[in-house]
Design a protein around this ligand. Sequence first.
Ligand code: PMP
Length: 467
Amino acid sequence: MAVSSSDLSTAEIDRKFVFHPFTMLADHERSGPPVVITQGKGAVLTDERGIDYVDAMAGLWCVNVGYGRSEIADALRDQANQLSYCHAFSSMSSDKPALLAQRLIDMAPAGMSKVFFGNSGSDANDTQVKLVWYYNNALGRPQKKKIIARQRGYHGVTIMTAGLTGLPGLHAGFDLPLPMVRHTTAPRRLWEGHGLTDAEFTAKLVADLEELIAREGADTIGAMIMEPVMGAGGVIAPPEGYYAAMRDVLRRHDILLIADEVICGFGRLGAMFGSELLDMQPDMITVAKGLTSAYFPLSACIVGQKVWDVLSGAGSQFGAFGHGYTYSSHPLGAAAALANLDLIDKENMLARVADEGAHMQAALRAAFADHPLVGEVRGQALIGAVEFVKEVRDTGPVAFDPALKVAARIVKGALDRGVIGRALPSADTVAFSPPFVIQREEIDRSVAAFRDAADQVLAELRGSGDA
Ligand code: PMP
């Protein structure tokens, strides 16, 4: 039966009809959304009641140049008028994707050769896995197919990439990971490296990787995928010397390295690419989110010369390359990306990220370092996190009972105080990843709102005997 929606509020319509990602489905169907956002400008979102919120997460780590940028809106409108769509199959070409690919190769770390466009971080990482398989089939190594990722890494939600994602919540109920996925230890200092020096911690993580490769057999492993700084798994930066040592192991075993720069790419760490800043020297790079600052769904696999030579050489035995999306090389996405990259350059945003990032890191540490609920404050430039734990003993941290939903309650408290943050899955961690254009006063307001919210939750936990 058709349902008339005319008398319903937007929240009510949403509650009845929208199937939300990463949401407790029955809760949403019962309670509906906490807010309905209708506008955005700079780092501020406004709901349908006219209430403003500082978006301390830039959406999902993606609206880097801020909301409401007319430069990108105009580029999208002009492109839609000029050429709304053109595919890229069978050598078809249009101007904007070609210009964007050239620009990406010019910007990218040394050794990158070609750009394959997709629509999301997930499909781009899925493509990277297919490229690794194609590469090894072309080289006559059909058994070299397993992909190593890290526990708590986030690489997407397709059937392959949800398995690469090392978060149990993305596997539960889905029969994942697929059998060719392996996980190794994440560089989570608080949990895995408690009491170790950087050198000791790096040595432990490298030994774990070596042990995994020895157990599986290097001739069965095609690639390893890593985020330069891990985002959704907890905002985790590696210890000193980590990538150089990991890379040595991978090279020794002829295992390709994929840098998942979906969050770090285009300035989040104060450098254009995290892999460059942290000297990863990957064979392939995945970008999405900050490529268009989310004005259009666009992603890219940036492929190094070594891989390209095999795909286009020995790979030709398979005929035409049999992969691509209707929306690969979408001219609207490319136009948005070009306008977005212009803004990053013109407004000198990398310097801004470094300055405001230093301020945000100092403000987070000042507010939280001594808080009784806090296990660790971490991050770099404009990406940060606070992890809440019951206590930190000499032997290591003790987590809260997940049923207490400590981080989610703090995030809700901050929302009530006009600030949007994000509780990360499977740990009591709250993340901060604001638009690069966030004002200093907005950073301070966000940190203060979270501090107040954490104090309130602490009082509640003490009241219930849980802290
Ligand atoms: N890789 C990383 C590092 C990500 O953070 C994300 C999204 N959070 C993805 C891949 C998946 O991107 P998408 O949601 O666009 O598919």
